[in-house]
Design a protein around this ligand. Structure first.
Ligand code: NDP
Length: 257
């Protein structure tokens, strides 16, 4: 898999722990020779990220704070990246948030505030990040976000996050059209359930993984590395003809009725 993204500057947003999907992406892109730039929100995540990088002997090209709830923070983060790194070739958007108490029970109970928050952090952030990243993608590029089947079908307890992911996937298509003329591709990976800090916030997580083992064609759950390799495909020239796509990395579960 070497040379696929050799020497490309790729921004990874959303490493909060060793279990993060963004960490699986990090190891895949690193093995394939990419230069990695990271953004984080909480100081705790910064601490985890720097320890992980040290442990795995991965040298970050730059690390910068970026809270996607703030336009100013996004602008400052990409201005810093432009200043320190110059041109970028890819962005991996692996961030989402919803109120934990709205990830159980009836979707009908979603609050106005919770609805807006989930959409702001989990969907609008891709729009804002794409706009900021485009300025640095002067040689073309690839933007990949992480989504989930709850965007397409009703998955118990996923509730507001499913609706926000539907908005995210529609945004992938509209952004793909906007960015295509700049040779920037926009795609999503739709992963099966993976035990991460965020996944713990959704009620009934174990049952979801059990269903995959029972019903998915491959009869096993996916892991961060598999999502990382699919994201690598989108970052590399191998996917140069693909944009506006949602690729399921879920052991085939989405095809089962
Ligand atoms: P993690 O909890 O490891 O990662 C979530 C990340 O989102 C954290 O790094 C967190 O940063 C970041 N984040 C939250 N709010 C903000 C914000 N305002 N600004 C910037 N960053 C923010 O969980 P996952 O790896 O599971 O989640 C990554 C993506 O994958 C999400 O979009 C998720 O919906 C998606 N996904 C997850 C699946 C799963 O089963 N785990 C399945 C399919 C998709 P911090 O902790 O510093 O706040």
């Amino acid at each position: 898999m070497s040379n696929l993204v050799e020497g490309k500057n790729i921004v990874i947003m959303g490493v909060a722990s060793e279990r993060s999907i963004a960490w699986g992406v990090t190891t895949s892109l690193h093995k394939a020779g990419a230069n990695l730039i990271f953004t984080y929100r909480q100081d705790r995540s910064y601490g985890k990220l720097t320890k992980l990088l040290e442990k795995h002997k991965i040298e970050a090209k730059w690390i910068v704070e970026c809270d996607v709830a703030s336009d100013e923070s996004i602008t400052n983060a990409f201005a810093t990246i432009k200043d320190k790194v110059g041109v970028i070739h890819g962005v991996v958007h692996s961030v989402a948030f919803a109120n934990r108490d709205e990830l159980k029970g009836e979707y009908a109970n979603t609050s106005r505030e919770g609805f807006l928050l989930a959409h702001e952090i989990s969907a609008f952030s891709l729009v804002a990040v794409t706009k900021a990243a485009k300025e640095l993608m002067t040689e073309g590029g690839s933007i990949v976000t992480q989504t989930y089947l709850g965007a397409e079908k009703v998955i118990q307890n996923y509730n507001i996050m499913g609706v926000a992911k539907a908005s995210l996937e529609a945004s992938v298509r509209y952004l793909a059209e906007d960015m295509g003329k700049y040779d920037i591709r926009v795609n999503a990976v739709s992963a099966g359930p993976i035990r991460t800090l965020s996944a713990k916030g959704v009620s009934g997580f174990n049952e979801k993984q059990g269903l995959i083992e029972e019903k998915a064609p491959l009869r096993r759950n996916v892991d961060q590395d598999q999502v990382g390799d699919a994201t690598l495909f989108f970052m590399s020239e191998l996917s140069r003809g693909v944009t506006g796509e949602v690729l399921h990395v879920d052991s085939g579960y989405h095809i089962i009725g």
